[in-house]
Design a protein around this ligand. Structure first.
Ligand code: UDP
Ligand code: MG
Length: 329
């Protein structure tokens, strides 16, 4: 009998919690020789999500809920779930039923054939706005160009089945600035992509906006490649060479031909250009410095407030609690 843990990060999902469990259970209960349990992670919701989860966990033995002490973001919430998962494999699903539960059977099938990471590849970017699609295209193109050691998977998100091996590998990575999509790729192992269509949200609204997606993209870029720094070096060299050539040209024009070089326009153009390049380079260095700043503090990725009604107190030493869970943070 295989045991699979389904991890569900929830942030302000009061409308969908009650729909989620029966909808998923309907499909997964048909999968032969497989027992499923659920870990719902309440990521500091401000609505009635936690109350709903308490009721759900009280009614069903196969449900555990973790409630984080505040909103840590989806990346951290997923990590909390991964830390506490005890199945032979894990499936990560959004609470809003955008990830079709009927795809789980296929994931399990491929897992049983020996794949460690069966990921859902979305095939319907068409429904998104032009701007979002273009930005996604640029992001993937840049990442592809820059990351030489491995290739970022396209249109593949967090909806996936991970074998125990991947889970253990992910637990080793305690970085704070998490870009889970990249981490999944980074750990490697045998990957299989299966196509799925993102469903409309069952209820509620998305919490992602343009700014948070941009931040996520920046995080992905700065935590997985130092290529922008190298690019700045090249830019610096190019600009210096250009400046040298232009200097010689101006000198020759003035000395040999007595050209009274137009002062102000040339000067202001050069100054602005150099100022701009320097600020750009500083900004990029700053992004990396920021990453170092956050990582160097080595804070835990999340703090848990309660697990199935039990209040958590963090002690200096890591101790397994009586439920057999071994908290990693
Ligand atoms: N989520 C979370 N913490 C957050 C934001 C989102 O745990 O800070 C969860 C949310 O409850 C949902 C999943 O992450 O289960 C995806 O979020 P959402 O549906 O808002 O994003 P979208 O599907 O639009 O990308
Ligand atoms: Mg969603």
């Amino acid at each position: 009998m295989d045991k699979i843990t389904i991890i569900v990060p929830c942030y302000n999902e009061q409308e969908v919690i009650d729909l989620f469990y029966p909808a998923v259970q309907k499909h997964v209960s048909k999968i032969p020789n497989c027992a499923f349990n659920y870990i719902f992670v309440n990521d500091g919701s401000r609505d009635a999500t936690l109350e709903k989860l308490r009721a759900l966990a009280a009614a069903h033995d196969d449900i555990t809920y973790l409630s984080l002490s505040r909103n840590f973001g989806k990346e951290s919430a997923m990590m909390a779930g991964i830390d506490y998962a005890d199945g032979d494999a894990v499936i990560i699903m959004d609470a809003d039923l955008q990830h079709p539960p009927e795809a789980v059977a296929e994931m399990v099938k491929w897992w049983r054939e020996g794949y460690d990471d069966v990921c859902g590849k979305r095939v319907d970017r068409a429904g998104e706005t032009w701007l979002k699609r273009t930005c996604a295209n640029i992001f993937y193109a840049v990442m592809k160009k820059f990351s030489t050691s491995y290739e970022m998977q396209r249109d593949v998100g967090d909806f996936r089945l991970l074998d125990r091996r991947c889970i253990e590998a992910l637990r080793l990575m305690r970085e704070n600035q998490r870009f889970t999509k990249g981490l999944f790729t980074w750990v490697g192992y045998r990957k299989k992509e299966i196509p799925f269509e993102v469903q409309p949200r069952a209820a509620g609204t998305t919490t992602w906006n343009f700014l948070s997606l941009f931040n996520l993209a920046m995080k992905g870029m700065t935590s997985f490649t130092t290529a922008p720094l190298r690019l700045m070096t090249f830019l610096g060299v190019t600009v210096s060479c250009g400046a040298m050539i232009y200097m010689l040209f101006t000198l020759i024009m003035a000395l040999l031909y007595g050209d009274p070089v137009a002062g102000y326009p040339t000067l202001i153009t050069v100054m602005l250009f150099l100022g701009g390049t320097q600020l750009l380079a500083l900004g990029i260095i700053g992004e990396y410095l920021g990453q170092i700043f956050h990582e160097s503090k080595q804070r835990p990725i999340y703090l848990i407030d309660e697990i199935n009604g039990e209040r958590m107190i963090y002690k200096p030493h890591r101790v397994p609690n009586e439920r057999g869970f071994t908290p990693r943070d």
